[in-house]
Design a binder for this molecule. Structure first.
Ligand code: TYD
Length: 140
């Protein structure tokens, strides 16, 4: 039995504040207020060639919010038992991803920007890059 907070069902869509302006909209968010963690790092994927798949890993501790800052893409989430695919295509919609969730990001539109807010600094030791190892740790 996988706890909800570590299952794909706990990976929820968060609607972020959007200030509409005729001259262009703005979204501002703060850690621990709009999203359930303090933001320690921000990074973004861009210049992604057509047909490319990113991700293909899980994190032991890291939690993230993924936003399609521009364009669209699909995020496949896998908790070792259940899978779900979420299409992101709005800059004011975030997908919260718990620790210990396998993810793959695909079907990037041309010029897509995948913005990621992360709860921890980069640590290559935090990654599961082998799906079988992830499964073993998950189902233990
Ligand atoms: P990775 O997390 O595997 O990217 P993705 O899941 O999008 O396919 O990281 C790709 C490379 O970038 C890898 O060599 C590590 C490096 N990297 C950093 O140096 N800092 C970071 O914050 C991130 C996320 C990656």
């Amino acid at each position: 039995m996988i706890q909800t907070e570590r299952s794909v069902f706990g990976c929820t869509i968060i609607e972020l504040p959007k200030v509409y302006n005729q001259a262009g909209s703005i979204t501002s968010l703060s850690g621990n207020i709009h999203i359930p963690f303090e933001i320690k790092r921000t990074y973004y994927l861009y210049d992604i060639p057509g047909g490319e798949v990113r991700g293909g890993h899980a994190h032991q501790e890291l939690e993230q919010l993924v936003i399609a800052a521009s364009g669209s893409f699909d995020v496949m989430l896998d908790d070792g038992v259940n899978r779900k695919i979420v299409n992101l295509n709005r800059p004011y919609i975030g997908l919260f991803i718990h620790r210990m969730i396998w993810r793959e990001i695909s079907d990037f539109s041309a010029g897509a920007i995948c913005l990621v807010l992360a709860s921890l600094e980069y640590d290559k030791g935090d990654y599961f890059r082998d799906y079988q190892e992830f499964l073993k740790a998950k189902l233990m």
